[in-house]
Design a protein around this ligand. Sequence first.
Ligand code: 5GW
Ligand code: MN
Length: 353
Amino acid sequence: MEKLERLRPIRCFFFGLCCVLVFVCSLSWNVMKNSPWHPRNIFICDTHPAENIVFPPVEEPDVRLERMLYPKPETLKPPRTDVLTITPWLAPIVWNGTFNSDILNAQFHKRGVRIGITTFAIKKYIRFLKDFLETGEKFFMVGHKVNYYIFTDRAQDIPNVTLSEGRNIHIINVTAYQRWQDVTMRRMQMIRDQTYTRFMNEVDYLVCVDVDMRFYGSVGVEILGDVFGTLHPGFFGASRAQFTYDRNPKSVACIPVDEGDFYYAGGYFGGIIEEVYKLTNYCHTAMMTDKAIGIEALWHDESYLNKYFLYYKPTKVLSPEYVWNNYYGSPRAVQIKRFIGIDKDYKEVRFRR
Ligand code: 5GW
Ligand code: MN
């Protein structure tokens, strides 16, 4: 009895402590409940919609799911181990052997994708067009809907090339700039300016390339993505210091020596129309900013493109298979040369008009 009496103050103390704890907890819960990070916006979805709801009339989407047979992808046996096939921001780098064209074609056919390819044939460069178009018919997006957009000042000299079904040539008349630097740089502005009047209504993807090129191998829907660039054939094994980025701090195109992922080729980029608009608009605006203080980046449009891709990463990167030049020989990593630059007599093509 006496012992219980002695314990009484201790029991009182513990009882009091519990009361205080409960009080503190309820107080902090209340504070939490009203704090801005507490999830108070709870949406309750009615999984049984009332029967009298009328859904707007929509066309039944025509999705056919079809059986397809092909070798299983092997998680522990990557098809290529000699080259990087994915960027640190998880964009695929498209090398031969890493993709299955049958799967890709089936997927893109289901969506009825329309592809536009832009190229410029200004002044003497009109001479490259015949070969470009003829080989394009053999190798570029075979079996898909394709529009060739030819920007030219010599519409009357466009060669007569027979195209397969679902493929068309659109001629866009442009004026020829005097300086060759302007001829190549103004491509950004000219592509941008066609975005909403033409491309938006006519195609889903754009591929923007040089004309002094020839297709030698298949270039298919594996290249398509939201926004893509291509590894320049001269620099895919190079260090940052070797990249020929513009290094003039006064230029918008300047890239410091401790930055840079890849050196992208100026003559091959693309993506969905909205992304191509953003890219070309950025590059053109940057060029105009530099021009206002009398600067032109080292490699013209290519320098501005590299600056853009440094801070606005492409969602897909194409290997140099897609924009090769035989000047760089035949390195082992490049198993197929799909699109090759044509040897130019620079003096003849560029200076004697
Ligand atoms: C002319 C002289 C020097 C540089 C470019 C031109 C030029 C380029 C031209 O007179 N007409 C023309 O249509 N172009 C377009 O710009 C072509 O589509 C050409 O492929 C592209 C880039 O110029 P290229 O191919 O001479 O540049 P590189 O870096 O491939 O030699
Ligand atoms: Mn070229």
